[in-house]
Write a protein that binds this ligand. Structure first.
Ligand SMILES: [Zn+2]
Length: 190
């Protein structure tokens, strides 16, 4: 289907603004995380709180977890339990769509116009386990190329003193040389 067919078809059937339709095409599958500024808030008896607005980026799917960010960084978390547009129930809304988003566990009084609903920020998004070669070289020299516990020089591993999973950094001070056996024993004790 061509873009004109798409626009014409959409316009005839749903009164979708051509600009919205273009934007919708443009944003399809662009991988951006979901973001919508709340324009209005309603309560639907028996169903819950609905925030309306235009999806600015990304896709809203029923079942997605979202953060709702207010002024001053106040943050609520919720789950999308429905996406509606033009009195139609959809499973998803895309960038450019004017939608109503049904939010679980949110009271009408908790959210208001101007707040932003978005994909939750991934914790430690930029955090990597990667230990740089220069840190490895420094640690190797400091620990004399031996396991710091048993002084073995075989099967050596660069170990995080404070485990990476507990927030330990990839720095010289937090990395040590352990042989595979001592490293396993350490983790068995943790
Ligand atoms: Zn060892």
């Amino acid at each position: 289907m061509g873009i004109l067919d798409f626009l014409f078809g959409q316009k005839k059937s749903t009164n979708l603004d051509p600009k919205d339709a273009l934007k919708r095409e443009h944003n399809k599958g662009n991988g951006k995380s979901f973001l919508m500024t709340i324009e209005d808030v309603f309560t639907i008896t028996g169903r819950g709180t609905v925030a309306t607005g235009r999806i600015e980026t990304g896709v809203a799917n029923t079942g997605d977890s979202v953060d709702i960010i207010g002024t001053g960084g106040k943050k609520l978390t919720s789950t999308i339990t429905g996406v509606e547009m033009f009195r139609k129930i959809l499973n998803r809304g895309e960038a450019g769509d004017n939608v109503g988003i049904l939010l679980s566990g949110i009271e009408k009084g908790e959210i208001k116009s101007g707040m932003v609903i978005c994909t939750p920020k991934k914790i430690n998004k930029d955090r990597s386990r990667h230990i740089s070669q220069s840190v490895k070289n420094q640690v190797w020299n400091r620990d004399n190329g031996k396991c710091i516990q048993c002084e073995s020089n075989s099967d050596l591993e660069f170990d995080h003193i404070i485990p990476w999973s507990k927030g330990g950094a990839n720095t010289y001070r937090n990395i040590q040389l352990l042989c595979q056996k001592c490293n396993r024993e350490k983790y068995d004790k943790l």
